[in-house]
Design a protein around this ligand. Structure first.
Ligand SMILES: [Zn+2]
Length: 94
């Protein structure tokens, strides 16, 4: 996360929504939703849920360097595109 109130936090990307360039990151950008008893949920209360964040606010963290990676792109021999850490060369796309 590189912007906003949660700048500097690190989380695991749970889901990427390519259509609107957003991603859901574990434990980031939590929104509280008040629900009422009945309907779909059996009991009312507050549920906490991760809200999607625009990917421009996110930065990849290299698992090897354990810090925000400067990301480069390259094309592999099988012509698939991957992102890699410019520092250590670790492939970031799995
Ligand atoms: Zn690295």
């Amino acid at each position: 996360m590189i912007a906003g109130k949660e700048k500097g936090k690190i989380g695991t990307v749970l889901k990427v929504i390519p259509q609107n360039e957003r991603a859901v990151v574990e434990k980031l950008n939590i929104v509280k939703r008040h629900t009422r008893p009945g309907g779909k949920s059996a009991q009312g209360g507050i549920i906490e849920k991760e809200a999607p964040i625009h990917i421009s606010n996110l930065m990849l963290v290299c698992g090897k360097c354990a810090e925000a990676a400067r990301v480069g792109k390259k094309v592999l021999e099988d012509s698939s595109k991957v992102r890699f850490c410019k520092k250590c060369g670790e492939i970031l796309d799995k």
